[in-house]
Design a protein around this ligand. Sequence first.
Ligand code: FAD
Length: 229
Amino acid sequence: MANILKKAAATLVDKMFNPATVLRVRAWESSPMHEIVIHAPTVAMEKWDSIKRFKCKVAELEYRDYTPAEWNAETRECTMYVETGHNGAGSRWAQNLQEGDDVLIGPAHAAPIPGREGKILCLGDGSALGHFLSLRQLTDSTVHPLQGCLLMHDAHEPIFQAKYPEFEFITPSLGNTIDTMEAWCRTITLSAFSSIYIAGNIPMVQSIRKKLKTIPQVHAKIHTHGFWS
Ligand SMILES: Cc1cc2nc3c(=O)[nH]c(=O)nc-3n(C[C@H](O)[C@H](O)[C@H](O)COP(=O)(O)OP(=O)(O)OC[C@H]3O[C@@H](n4cnc5c(N)ncnc54)[C@H](O)[C@@H]3O)c2cc1C
């Protein structure tokens, strides 16, 4: 009986999602990251004016949020970047996806774009890459020039670094993410930014925000988005 009810619930939930098809999957050479391109014909991407998240069905009654990082509203194709260096339902789902697979996604709002004009600073880990690329696509680089630092397990991904020179990829020294990020922040002029976005691991996001709040040169509005802990 419990199984029948569970199955009925799963079918009901599935009906609330949009169908999509996997077009391409690329595992990065060095970092544990999967780049997934999907075709989502029923998602009206042309209306997007804020950073979105896709609630993805990753297993029976299991859902995880992934960020549409880049998209083409005409073809309704969209890329997501999923960190896969750990053991979890979302990570396994991303690693097992293949071209032609059907997936279920539910688009929803994740974060606003900046209300003020001026430079944006993006600080986070690999799980926030999509969040920052989405911000990049949604804003005009002449009004909101963007600079970012991403902490990755192995920061070496040549194709990606060449494509997005505004982002620096850094491997934290001996797992000390906060000190590494703080040291990087000291190499830039923090007073030049009008908005700061911090996203990714929840304790990391909280610690970086706390550190920035103690620096007098920081006048930016700080947006924080914790993803996982
Ligand atoms: C709005 C929003 C947008 C998000 N966008 C993205 C995105 O674009 N890309 C992305 O990769 N994630 C993104 N996430 C996080 C994602 O939803 C999952 O939480 C994450 O992938 C972990 O799910 P899992 O099932 O693989 O692992 P879980 O079963 O949740 O966790 C298993 C274990 O792995 C650890 N873990 C989880 N994630 C990581 C990680 N990234 N690195 C190292 N260890 C980890 C956990 O601490 C835990 O010990 C987003 C989250 C939110 C809320």
